[in-house]
Design a protein. Structure first.
Length: 313
C-alpha cells in the first residue's frame, strides 16, 4: 500500500561512502563508551532485593516512588505487579544492610505514608543470578544473529547475510553505546527491546534485499548501483509509513507509559531510527562493495534447442 510514490530514483549509492563513514564513526564512539564507561546494569543483573507490596486500594506507583526516592537507596524500580493493588519494588544491594533490614526500612517509610500497605514477600537476588541472566542474554543475542545469517544466506546469498548482520549488529552496538554514554539503567526490559530491534531491523533488510533481487530480473541493462538505488527508492514509501506508525506507538509508550517502560521504549525508539538508516544505507552499500551481481541472484534461463534427427534408410 502506498499513499505516495517517489517517481524519481534517488542516487543513494552515490553517497554510500559518506553514509558508511558516519556509521563507522558512530559505531566506534559507541564501542569507546562501552569500553570506558560500561553499562549501568540494573538490579536484574547486579543483584538486589525484591519486595512485593499490596494495598487495600489501587496502588499509587508515583507516590511509592516518591517515598523510596527520599531514602537515597540508589537506583530502584517500582512497577505494577499482578493486580492494580499490588506493586513490585526492586532495590540495589546496599552495603551493611541485609535484605530483611532493607525491606524493614522501606516498609516503615511506606506505612508512614499510607498505613494500608502490606508486605507480601521479600526475595534476595544474588549477583550470581544476575551474572547468569547477563550471560543468557548475550547467548540469546548470539543465537539470534546466527539464525539471521543462516536465513539470509539461504534465502538470498552470502553477501546479503554478511551485510545484513553487520548492519543490524551496528544498530545493537549503537543502542548499547547510548546507554553507556548517558548511564541509563540497563535492565531485562531493555535487553528484550534490543532483541526486538534485531528482529525488526532484519525485516527491513529482507524487504530491500527482495526488491534488489527483483530489480536484477527486471532491469537487465542497469548497473548494480542503479539497481540498488531503484530498490531503496521503491521501498521508501513503505518504509516511511510502516516505521512512522511504529515509531509513533513507541514514542507514545516513551512519553505516557510511565517509568517502568521508559527505557524499554527509549531503546526501541533509538533502534528503529538507526534500523531504518542501516538497512537502507549500510546494508545495501556493503552488498554493492562485496561485489553482488545479477548472476548471484538470478539463475540463467535454460534454453532448449531443437535437435535434428537423421533417419537412416
Amino acid at each position: 500500500m502506498e499513499f505516495f510514490r517517489i517517481r524519481r530514483v534517488i542516487p543513494f549509492m552515490k553517497h554510500a561512502l559518506v553514509f558508511n563513514i558516519i556509521s563507522l564513526v558512530t559505531f566506534l564512539l559507541a564501542v569507546l563508551f562501552l569500553a570506558t564507561r560500561g553499562l549501568n546494569l540494573g538490579v536484574d543483573f547486579r543483584g538486589g532485593t525484591v519486595i512485593e507490596i499490596a494495598y487495600s486500594h489501587p496502588a499509587d506507583l508515583t507516590r511509592v516512588r516518591a517515598v523510596i526516592d527520599k531514602m537515597n537507596l540508589g537506583e530502584f524500580a517500582v512497577q505494577s505487579f499482578g493486580s492494580a493493588n499490588s506493586a513490585l519494588i526492586r532495590l540495589p544491594l546496599k552495603e551493611g544492610l541485609s535484605s530483611a533490614q532493607l525491606s524493614e526500612r522501606v516498609m516503615t517509610e511506606l506505612k508512614a505514608d499510607d498505613p494500608a500497605v502490606t508486605q507480601q514477600r521479600v526475595e534476595f537476588v544474588g549477583p550470581q543470578v544476575g551474572k547468569e541472566l547477563y550471560e543468557n542474554g548475550a547467548l540469546a543475542l548470539l543465537l539470534v544473529s546466527i539464525g539471521i545469517v543462516a536465513y539470509l544466506a539461504f534465502r538470498f546469498e552470502w553477501r546479503f547475510a554478511v551485510s545484513a548482520i553487520a548492519a543490524n549488529l551496528h544498530d545493537i552496538v549503537i543502542i548499547l553505546g547510548f546507554f553507556a554514554f548517558f548511564q541509563w539503567e540497563f535492565s531485562l526490559p531493555v535487553l528484550a527491546a534490543v532483541l526486538a530491534v534485531l528482529g525488526y531491523s532484519v525485516n527491513e533488510s529482507v524487504v530491500i534485499a527482495d526488491r534488489i533481487r527483483e530489480n536484477f530480473r527486471k532491469m537487465r541493462k542497469a548497473s548494480v548501483p542503479e539497481v540498488i538505488n531503484s530498490a531503496i527508492t521503491s521501498t521508501l514509501s513503505r518504509t516511511i509509513i510502516t516505521h512512522g506508525c511504529t515509531l509513533t506507538m513507541v514514542l507514545s509508550i516513551l512519553f505516557f507509559g510511565g517509568e517502568t517502560l521508559h527505557y524499554f521504549a527509549l531503546a526501541l525508539a533509538i533502534g528503529i531510527c538507526f534500523g531504518i538508516y542501516s538497512s537502507a544505507l549500510v546494508m545495501a552499500a556493503l552488498v554493492m562493495w562485496l561485489g553482488v551481481s545479477r548472476e548471484d541472484l538470478v539463475r540463467p534461463e535454460k534454453r532448449t534447442g531443437s535437435a535434428t534427427e537423421k533417419i537412416l534408410p
